[in-house]
Design a protein. Structure first.
Length: 172
């Protein structure tokens, strides 16, 4: 595996989806690239926003009503705000839409993820502190929190290619 940034995946790493969700995402990426059209694929992970059924609103809802929660601490990634993803998508689209842009060199797979990383426990701790909840958090392992879908131990991705090609820096 070609790894940069101390364990972050790069776009040339061979994908190894652990479940149906990941396999169908990969199949979509491969079909789009095989079509020959000019396209850029933006891979993201640990997406959060203020609405929906993902980690942030779930933690806010549970911390408001529970005294304690068990949170997985052996999976790491970079929580990525949905508004920053939308902004980056717009910036990349603008660059690809320039009439003289070389869409062939701009097409391909890119990663968009902040450079930092944390565990789900770390993310939950930040949510608790930001919102002022009194809920106690206990670190647990993935095996102690079984789910139907398998999750990778690391979801970290390098955004260097995106930065180099489009000038987009996820931390800004």
């Amino acid at each position: 595996m070609n790894i940069l940034l101390h364990g972050a995946y790069v776009e040339t790493d061979r994908p190894n989806p652990l479940g149906v969700y990941g396999r169908t995402k990969l199949a979509g990426d491969e079909a789009l690239l095989a079509s020959g059209c000019d396209a850029s694929i933006l891979r993201v992970s640990w997406v959060y926003g203020m609405h929906g059924g993902h980690f942030l609103p779930t933690m806010q809802r549970l911390m408001a009503v529970r005294d304690s929660l068990n949170i997985v601490d052996d999976q790491i990634g970079a929580p990525t705000w949905c508004r920053r993803i939308a902004k980056a998508t717009g910036q990349a689209q603008t660059k690809m839409s320039v009439p003289d842009a070389d869409k062939t060199t701009l097409s391909g797979i890119y990663h968009y993820a902040p450079s930092g990383h944390t565990s789900w426990y770390g993310f939950a701790t930040a949510i608790r502190e930001a919102r002022g909840y009194d809920c106690a958090l206990t670190r647990i392992t993935t095996t102690e929190y079984p789910t139907p879908a398998k999750r990778p131990a690391s979801s970290r991705m390098s955004s260097e290619k995106l930065q180099h090609t489009f000038g987009i820096v996820p931390n800004e």
